[in-house]
Design a protein around this ligand. Sequence first.
Ligand SMILES: [Zn+2]
Length: 95
Amino acid sequence: MHVREVQALMRAIYYHKDSRRGALRTWEWLLDEVRELGEAIKAGDKEAMASEFADVLAWLASLANVVGVDLEEAFWYKYPGRCPKCDRTVCACPM
Ligand SMILES: [Zn+2]
């Protein structure tokens, strides 16, 4: 499944609700899911991590739908197969 397909799926299932909720409230939901992912990582709970990664991607796609950004296009524009800072295919930036 491509990023564009994930975004289209979220649009089909949730856009009618996401668009009514609006960008800022959808962004707040995304932040909650990111926090929950952090809790799963702290707990070392792999099953919860997988679930929260899915939620983070779903809410990220929902937010992109609400604000009208094509995630796949934005990603490839910024990360065209190399690091945007050092311009290498294997990042050599200092940590
Ligand atoms: Zn780099």
